[in-house]
Design a protein around this ligand. Structure first.
Ligand SMILES: C[S@@+](CC[C@H](N)C(=O)[O-])C[C@H]1O[C@@H](n2cnc3c(N)ncnc32)[C@H](O)[C@@H]1O
Length: 261
């Protein structure tokens, strides 16, 4: 899939994504993935960080609030302009720029760390994107990213339900099939129907690979693997957000931290 097709796709998703996520309907990100991601990130005060595929900047802002000096890059002009608008309203000294993760507009060894939250698996060439992150990192810098869990976000999947209509298990298939830009259509399930009806569903190009091939790309590029997490909500969180119950059945996300040698 070409960069301009990708850009068009994400530009078309950007308005609804920004409005709905800023209203709090990206509950899997806000209450599972981001809290675990920030916990693993640890102390980044004073460090220079790059957020790859920053979207409208939610996680970039969270990391800047921890004291990091952040630059956010995204392929979508619309996401970048929403991120800048938020930065103008509440400055956190974040710079945002348009760019592709496959060809980063930075010199070698620019950043102390690089993050990519739920964006790397959306890029058409994971090998190139990981190589670019490696290049832009200073020696001993770290790369931390979250992706849809490759073992459960398989090309083919179907939920099983009990007699009360609750999800009990997920059947996964075609694990070894490499999707290469096939479009998945969905919208944040927790948003009220009248709001969902106002927007088209997101169109998300999918690029899948197996768990071992993700790990082998990191190793091949020279990264030293440091830490993994498969976050899931505790019972308290599920009481507050019942829509998250299925995230206690399978791992939706894989978070990985690795270091440039
Ligand atoms: C699922 S969204 C995640 C956004 C944000 N990181 C977050 O956690 O809310 C994926 C993001 O990756 C961006 N993206 C996709 N392909 C990209 C590429 N090749 N280079 C840079 N950004 C890309 C999209 O525009 C979108 O903002």
């Amino acid at each position: 899939m070409k960069d301009h097709n990708l850009r068009q796709c994400w530009d078309e998703n950007a308005e609804a994504w920004t409005i709905l996520s800023r209203k709090g309907y990206d509950i899997y990100r806000d209450h599972i993935n981001t809290p675990a991601f920030l916990k693993m990130l640890g102390d980044v005060k004073g460090l220079k960080g790059l957020d790859l595929g920053c979207g409208e900047g939610y996680n970039t802002r969270k990391i800047a609030e921890k004291g990091a000096i952040m630059i956010g890059v995204d392929i979508s002009e619309k996401f970048i302009s929403s991120a800048r608008q938020k930065e103008n309203e509440h400055p956190l000294y974040i710079s945002y720029g348009l760019g592709s993760g496959l060809n980063l507009p930075f010199k070698d060894e620019t950043f102390d760390f690089c993050v990519a939250t739920m964006s790397l698996m959306d890029m058409p060439n994971h090998d190139k994107a990981i190589g670019e992150a490696y290049r832009a990192l200073k020696k001993k810098g770290f790369f931390q990213f979250s992706i849809s869990h490759p073992c459960f976000a398989t090309p083919k999947w179907e939920w099983f339900y009990d007699e009360k209509g609750e999800r009990t298990a997920l059947a996964c298939g075609d694990y070894f099939k490499k999707l290469n830009g096939e479009i998945d259509e969905w919208i944040f399930g927790s948003a009220p129907q009248e709001l969902k009806d106002k927007f088209n569903k997101f169109k998300v190009p999918r690029f899948t690979r197996t768990l071992s091939s993700w790990l082998n790309i990191l190793i091949k590029n020279g990264f030293i693997l440091e830490e993994f997490d498969e976050p899931y909500p505790d019972e308290e969180t599920v009481k507050k957000f019942p829509g998250l119950a299925d995230a206690r059945i399978i791992a939706y996300f894989l978070i990985c931290r690795c270091r440039k040698g």
